[in-house]
Design a protein. Structure first.
Length: 163
């Protein structure tokens, strides 16, 4: 809730940012990211993602939405939601490998509404997120990142499936 409040304040201080978001479309592929355009509507993808997180035994730890904050101010911008996902056993392993890496948890999915009425699911891979800490975290952090890469891919595949 505090994160959403900060986001709302940020959006109220930067009206030009809202205008820029209103013109945004799907996320372009970029190094270290997974980007999955879908045929799903924004609200449907958010719902399916939350169900997929639970089905894979993970937990939605945080959520923030600039579009929800803008709506509260009477503005309409394309839907977007950042959903932080993690689980305590992963957190403990991460911290055992690198205390500094703790700033990166939870790892986030991003659901963004596209101009055609569909939505895109994207995320920075755990391998990319933890890359700056590999010198400190060593093999244990590398193994955790690889494991989480697979978990996040399974979640995403469930979320974007037509079933």
């Amino acid at each position: 809730m505090r994160l959403l409040s900060c986001f709302i304040v940020m959006m109220s201080l930067a009206p030009g940012l809202v205008t820029g978001l209103a013109r945004a479309d799907s996320i372009a592929p970029r190094e270290g990211w997974q980007v999955m355009p879908t045929t799903l509507a924004y609200d449907d993808l958010v719902e399916k993602l939350q169900a997929a997180v639970k089905a894979e035994g993970m937990i939605v730890v945080t959520q923030a939405s600039a579009s929800a904050g803008a709506k509260g101010r009477g503005l309409t911008i394309p839907g977007n939601r950042v959903i932080g996902v993690y689980r305590n056993d992963y957190a403990v392993r991460m911290l055992e490998a690198s205390v500094a890496a703790g700033i990166e948890a939870p790892i986030r999915f991003y659901v963004s509404e596209d101009s055609g009425g569909t939505a895109t699911l994207s995320w920075k891979t755990p391998a990319l997120v933890f890359a700056p800490y590999m010198d400190e975290g060593g093999q244990a952090l590398a193994e955790l990142a690889a494991e989480l890469d697979a978990v996040f891919m399974k979640i995403a595949q469930k979320a974007v499936s037509s079933r």
